[in-house]
Design a protein around this ligand. Structure first.
Ligand SMILES: [Zn+2]
Ligand SMILES: [Zn+2]
Ligand SMILES: [Zn+2]
Length: 155
């Protein structure tokens, strides 16, 4: 089976015509599953959770639906340095849910943090303004990830 691991465009577009109803059911189930638990989930994890309630769902449908939900602005997709897509629910508006990540390179734990956002805004506004000017680039968004070892993995 062809695979798509990252957050890029789906490899299977065009393969799923006539699956509208199945997609709607999958969409509801995925949102339900993801709204119950905070975190960043791989396609396989979402697939396993959805299958518990809906055993007939296919992996392709899950992929397709996740991509759709990202396009709809309901999920965010991250690749935490390993090129594998992880999905997380956007709670509230995109700006309310704005946060950054600490990624443990040993156990792959991902910590969300919302602290220091105010300090960051000041620093980033300055940096963004300078970058926009220098590269004539219109900046819409940013991603900040810190990589290292979590408390457990340092021991
Ligand atoms: Zn930020
Ligand atoms: Zn760790
Ligand atoms: Zn997050």
């Amino acid at each position: 089976m062809p695979r798509r691991d990252g957050c890029g465009p789906p490899w299977f577009s065009g393969q799923l015509r006539g699956c509208g109803r199945r997609l709607t059911a999958a969409r509801e189930l995925i949102l339900d599953v993801m709204s119950r638990k905070e975190g960043h989930f791989s396609v396989e994890e979402v697939y396993a959770a959805v299958r518990k309630q809906y055993p007939r769902v296919g992996l392709v449908t899950v992929y397709r639906t996740l991509t759709l939900l990202v396009e709809m602005g309901l999920l965010a997709c991250h690749e935490f340095g390993d090129g594998r897509a992880r999905y997380e629910m956007i709670r509230g508006s995109k700006s309310e849910d704005h946060h950054h990540h600490l990624v443990c390179t040993s156990c792959n734990r991902v910590v969300d943090y919302r602290d220091f956002i105010d300090d960051e805004v000041q620093l980033l506004k300055k940096t963004e303004a300078a970058l926009s000017k220098r590269f004539r680039f219109k900046i819409n968004d940013h991603v900040i990830e810190f990589y290292g070892l979590c408390e457990k993995c340092q021991k």
